[in-house]
Ligand binder design. Structure first.
Ligand code: NDP
Length: 294
């Protein structure tokens, strides 16, 4: 058996297209474009790449992109003052502070300072709480993207056994909440989980968000299960000095057993930015009191 490949790149392109198609109507109704402010502190190369990609995608969708760069010597007070200015700026609908921040800065305080109604990353405790109790808020982009791929593939998820490996605040926990809200029977596994392979073998849906290259083996997967691989791990490539990206799932093995699987790259990765644009569009409509076209 060979699993269907879940093409996150194509799904994300479609979602970005849908967002771009709605933007002109918002512009006409609100007299301005939806605006996303991205704050980058320091020179971390990976963060610079992410911020550039977010800027490009925002502009391509017809939205306003506001980039704010602070040196890695920036103080907590300077960063908080910038976040407060963005909270007060009516042309800004979404605020994203690129993580990780340099070690001397307090991420929790920064995230708590973002207006929850502009928190398009969904990291503020108010939005985590809204997700937990089933209220409208903002859901972290990566798990929401995973859910979209799962629903596109499987339709109704109710009653399915879902195992989420990883319990971080940005992926594992919100993923579990989303699957619970879809009436899955959800197990959250982590580094202290006993007999992980046996736990995963019960799953109709496996979401791996661990950060360990190819940890989830093919013989852990129930035949026909749907596998969502969130992991992005850089490992040595076939040629000396070259590297390649792999997920948290041993793809070749798992693809022989699963019903469907996301590749790395080209699976979950492209969904994150597409969902960020979607969250920003939603924030713009809510803030401006403009109904969101379906
Ligand atoms: P974290 O490091 O915050 O969390 C990793 C989780 O995996 C923890 O809950 C940890 O358990 C668990 N874990 C670690 N080792 C094991 C193990 N041996 N067995 C079972 N569980 C284990 O990572 P993130 O959630 O931020 O990211 C996870 C992965 O997803 C990374 O590869 C990251 O690069 C990728 N990612 C991809 C995104 C995308 O856009 N596609 C976006 C965000 C992340 P414990 O809590 O017990 O320590």
């Amino acid at each position: 058996m060979s699993a269907d490949i879940i093409d996150g790149k194509a799904y994300a392109a479609g979602l970005r297209g849908k967002v771009a198609a709605i933007v002109p109507g918002f512009r006409a109704a609100a007299g301005r474009a939806p605006g996303l402010a991205v704050v980058l502190v320091g020179e971390d190369p990976a963060s610079q790449v992410y911020v550039r990609s977010k800027h490009k995608a925002t502009v391509e969708a017809g939205m306003e992109s506001f980039e704010h760069r602070l040196p890695d010597t920036a103080t907590q007070d300077e960063l908080l003052a910038l976040v407060r200015r963005l909270n007060a700026d009516d042309t800004v609908d979404g605020i994203l502070v690129q993580l990780p921040l340099p070690g001397h800065l307090d991420e929790n305080e920064v995230i708590s300072t973002i207006d929850p109604d502009k928190d398009v990353d969904g990291f503020h405790v108010v939005n985590a709480g809204r997700l937990a109790v089933g209220q409208h808020g903002y859901v972290p982009c990566t798990p929401l993207g995973c859910l979209m791929l799962l629903k596109d593939r499987l339709g109704d998820l109710s009653g399915l056994n879902a195992v989420v490996i990883g319990r971080s605040n940005i992926v594992g926990k919100p993923m579990a909440q989303l699957l619970l809200a879809e009436s899955c029977t959800v197990t959250i596994a982590h580094s202290r989980t006993k007999d992980l392979a046996d736990v995963v073998r019960r799953a109709d849906i496996v979401v791996a968000a661990v950060g360990r290259p190819e940890m989830v083996k093919g013989d852990w997967i129930k035949p026909g299960a749907t596998v969502i691989d969130v992991g992005i791990n850089r490992v040595p490539g076939a040629e000396p000095g070259k590297t390649k990206l792999v997920g948290d799932v041993a793809y070749a093995e798992a693809a022989g057993v699963a019903g469907a699987i996301t590749p790395v790259p080209g699976g979950v990765g492209p969904m994150t930015i597409a969902v960020l644009l979607r969250n920003t569009l939603v924030a713009a409509h809510r803030r401006a009191g403009v109904p969101l076209a379906k």
